[in-house]
Write a protein that binds this ligand. Structure first.
Ligand code: GH3
Ligand code: MG
Ligand code: MG
Length: 335
């Protein structure tokens, strides 16, 4: 325990002081990750030893992270239910739920990283801890300098993982979600809908005469339209809605908790926002873009394909009746 006091005392004198030698370390060693600002990174410290807990907490706050504390695995889970946490640093030997059990439970339920602390004489091996899903492992008594380096590496990897995950579900041109993610989300929403009996609606939008825009002004000008419409759509949506690039110049929007009537209003809002955008594919030429939209409300128990098909047929009807239109099809229209 003396070791902890010694270390934290050194940091209290100056956070840039090496805890072992007392000499000044390079400032960059204590710099926080670029990706998330310091007061945006949340660390949860779990240890039954109050002294360790408070010293670790002080240290985390001193170097700039947001820090939370829990005295047991059970309390840690309670904290995780209510707070968003990036990294949990947990002791392994604790009365009640131990750190390994906690690691396993966190892995099943929460998206956060875990660093496990253990004594040299601990009963657990590195392999055991990592196999349970921990991102890293430190020995007690903890050297703060080492912990900080490990923490930064874990945060960096977390950021890169998240970036890769986002890239895999995002359409590069429009910055909307891609079609693969659409099917996954729609399945998720229809399942939810079945469970909670909440309404759910789907919009399918297709740009009118886009081939002729491309043919007249070129493919790059067409790409510019797609990118800007992606932004326009994103801005028009409510927080719980999600928009996808379904195909080349087709988009879908999932509207949870939304009935057909409200979905038609949402479609109207989007159509108005799209037509208000002025494109200038060449100097002096201003062009407005329109879309044909199909609207469908989910009917309990309906197959995913049938639901999408209904929105697609409604969109097609909008095309057939002259384009720049909104058509709503209820399940009754097909019974
Ligand atoms: P309609 O009103 O019936 O929808 O007519 P349309 O011309 O929009 O429909 P059509 O399906 O005949 O043509 C779609 C066009 O969309 C043709 C294709 O070149 C263009 N397109 C699809 N993906 C992209 C893309 O990524 N970039 C560009 N610039 N154009 C694309
Ligand atoms: Mg099309
Ligand atoms: Mg089209």
């Amino acid at each position: 325990m003396d070791y902890y006091f010694y270390q934290i005392a050194a940091y209290y004198v100056n956070p840039d002081t090496d805890p072992d030698t007392g000499t000044m370390t390079r400032k960059s060693n204590l710099d926080l990750p670029q990706e998330k600002s310091d007061n945006d990174t949340h660390i949860l410290i779990v240890d039954d030893d109050a002294t360790v807990r408070f010293l670790m907490n002080e240290f985390m706050e001193t170097v700039g992270y947001r820090s939370l504390m829990a005295a047991s695995g059970e309390e840690a889970l309670e904290k995780l239910r209510n707070e968003s946490v990036d990294v949990v640093i947990t002791d392994i030997m604790m009365p009640g739920m131990d750190g390994l059990e906690l690691t396993e439970l966190i892995r099943q339920k929460y998206n956060c990283e875990i660093i496990v602390m253990t004594g040299y004489s601990g009963d657990y091996s590195y392999e055991e801890v990592i196999n349970k899903g921990a991102s890293d492992f430190v020995f007690k008594p903890v050297r703060f300098e080492e912990l900080l380096l490990r923490l930064k590496r874990v945060l960096r990897e977390r950021f890169l993982k998240e970036k890769l995950r986002r890239l895999a579900i995002t359409d590069d041109l429009t910055k909307l979600f891609n079609a693969r993610h659409f099917y996954k989300q729609l399945k998720h929403e229809t399942d939810r809908c079945g469970r909670y009996k909440h309404p759910l609606s789907l919009l399918l939008l297709d740009i009118d005469h886009f081939k002729s825009y491309n043919d007249t002004y070129g493919h790059l000008a067409g790409n510019h339209v797609l990118a800007r419409l992606g932004e326009t759509i994103r801005k028009t949506l409510r927080k719980m809605d999600s928009a996808y690039r379904y195909g080349g110049e087709e988009f879908t929007i999932i509207l949870p908790e939304t009935n057909g009537e409200e979905a038609r209003n949402a479609a109207r809002r989007i159509a108005d926002a799209v037509i208000a955008e002025k494109f200038e594919p060449k100097p002096g030429t201003t062009v407005n873009i329109t879309m044909s939209i199909g609207v469908a409300e989910y009917s309990a128990g309906e197959e995913l394909e049938a639901f999408i098909k209904r929105a697609d047929m409604a969109m097609f009807a909008s095309k057939q009746s002259g384009r720049n239109r909104i058509t709503f099809y209820s399940p009754e229209d097909f019974s």
